[in-house]
Design a protein around this ligand. Structure first.
Ligand code: GLN
Length: 494
């Protein structure tokens, strides 16, 4: 039965529907894989019973001839940023230790309605702040990938959705949810040789997702194929009156609309994305990407996104500003941890709870955010960053006069050893230099595996589309996937 864990979303769903195997058999196989994989530290909580109960419902529905949902029988990993009813949700922070939400996030609820089950809550960077999974209170996730040098240097799965990327790459889950504020779906997907999609801002409801930077946060699927991501995104997306920024638009049938013929499409290559410090192998993968898209019928055109170099600094003002406001709610009263020293007053409890509960990176962000929002600095930093954000968005709007899609690398480097950048926040932030512009502009974007570098580590290519054009992004991703023939998978050492 172990080969069931090699199957992806669509193959599981179709196999269950045909009766090739039962949903229970699938859930049992993946539950066993989860149990075996503790060395990766990818789960904060495992929920084998949730996966089994969902599977039993699907098997019962099938037996009685009921319609099955698009995710029927598919057990998935759930990033620990999604509130799950009665199941501890911590955002990988000590401050939420023991917090069991009394509600279910809209996205996870949509997935359960579509027939998915939950294998567990996935480890991540604390409050989704990080690019290597090292800011988690639950310890870092170890990538299933290793360099091909015969050594066993533990590598980063990327972040913040590093538990998600690790389990999908390691065939411990066929798919997982991720969230992307400034690259946290795309960068870990690239590091782990899987596909990750950040839809247009507003496609997936943010309701019940622990907030980091609300004007940027978006949920999306991570899986091993473009088609699986299209299926899962279809189940996750949809209008939600409980999120005021939710898009009130129909959800297209992205999976049904997949078409790798790009005839008539123009793909822009932003000249400002050629940056110092980018690995040669990344540049090579970009060249191949252009060839693949040309081969699929697209025309490749040079474009300019002139404000690119200001996007990262603007992001690291806007995101911390929003985070400092969102994280004000963790006061020791309402959620999780309460640190109440003997004889302490209310103010001491707030301060002590936050001192004990937040990790260093989270504190750094809260301090930066509070600073850039403070009277006297607001205009110099926050307002200025908002203006830069508008200019970055305008760059894209102008580019759409010349192209339908944009192709770029997802990251400037492949995965790096754990610990390599953890003492250097700026080096860490640079991971997202190619991902952040699309986040600031709210555009749909994805990472799709391209090739391995000389160290045997995966590299991803990024596609960015016009607002609401997830279909165009997925189609170009499919064209790359079909030509890249990326079959590599990590050798099982755990
Ligand atoms: N790595 C970026 C950060 O630390 C992006 C995180 C994210 O997208 N959640 O802010």
């Amino acid at each position: 039965m172990s080969e069931l864990t090699n199957l992806g979303v669509k193959d599981i769903r179709d196999g269950v529907a045909r009766g090739d195997f039962t949903a229970r058999e699938v859930a049992e196989s993946f539950n066993a894989a989860v149990e075996e994989a503790s060395a990766l530290n990818a789960f904060i909580v495992t929920t084998p019973d949730h996966a089994l109960a969902a599977a039993d419902r699907v098997d019962a529905d099938r037996a009685t001839g009921k319609d099955l949902g698009v995710m029927a029988g598919v057990p998935i990993g759930m990033k620990d940023l999604f509130c799950t009813h009665g199941v501890q949700t911590t955002a990988a922070s000590r401050i939420l230790e023991g917090f069991e939400p009394q509600y279910e996030s809209t996205v996870s609820s949509n997935l359960w309605v579509a027939g998915a089950g939950m294998l567990g809550k996935l480890n991540m960077d604390q409050f989704a702040m990080g690019s290597s999974n090292e800011t988690s209170h639950s310890g870092n996730v170890v990538s299933p990938w290793r360099r091909n040098d015969g050594g066993n240097t533990p590598m980063s799965p990327g972040g913040s959705s590093g538990g998600s990327s690790a389990v999908v790459a390691g065939r411990i889950a066929p798919a997982a949810t991720g969230t992307d504020t400034g690259g946290s779906i795309r960068q870990p997907a690239a590091f782990a040789g899987i596909v990750g999609v950040k839809p247009t801002y507003g496609r997936c409801s943010r309701w019940g997702i622990v907030a980091f930077a609300s004007s940027l946060d978006q949920a999306g699927p991570m899986a091993r194929s473009v088609e699986d991501c299209a299926v899962m995104l279809g189940a996750m997306a949809g209008f939600d009156p409980k999120d005021s920024t939710s898009l009130d638009m129909p959800v297209p049938d992205w999976a049904g609309g997949l078409d790798a013929n790009l005839a008539g499409k123009k793909v822009g290559i932003p000249r400002e994305y050629v940056m110092e410090g980018t690995d040669q192998a990344i540049l090579d993968s970009w060249e191949r990407g252009k060839e693949w898209l040309r081969d699929a019928g697209a025309e490749i055109v040079d474009i300019s996104l002139p404000h690119t170099k200001y996007a990262l600094p603007a992001y690291y003002i806007v995101a911390p500003a929003e985070a400092s406001s969102n994280l004000a709610r963790y006061d020791g009263v309402r959620y999780g941890l309460r640190d109440l020293p003997d004889g302490a007053g209310l103010q001491d409890m707030y301060a002590q709870t936050r001192e004990t509960g937040f990790g260093d990176e989270v504190k750094r962000r809260v301090l930066i955010g509070t600073y850039v929002l403070s009277a006297g600095f607001y205009d110099a930093y926050y307002n200025q960053a908002q203006k830069v954000r508008a200019l970055v968005a305008r760059d894209f709007e102008q580019a759409w006069a010349e192209c339908d899609l944009i192709l770029a690398p997802t990251t400037p480097t492949a995965s790096f050893p754990l610990g390599d950048k953890s003492d250097d926040p700026l080096a860490m932030y640079l991971n997202d230099v190619f991902a952040v512009p699309a986040s600031l502009a709210g555009l749909p974007a994805m990472s799709v595996p391209a090739m391995l570098n000389g160290d045997g580590l995966p590299l991803g290519l990024q596609l960015v589309g016009k607002p609401f054009d997830e279909q165009g992004v997925l189609n170009a991703g499919l064209a790359i996937e079909q030509r890249a023939g990326f079959e590599a998978q990590p050798e099982k050492w755990w």
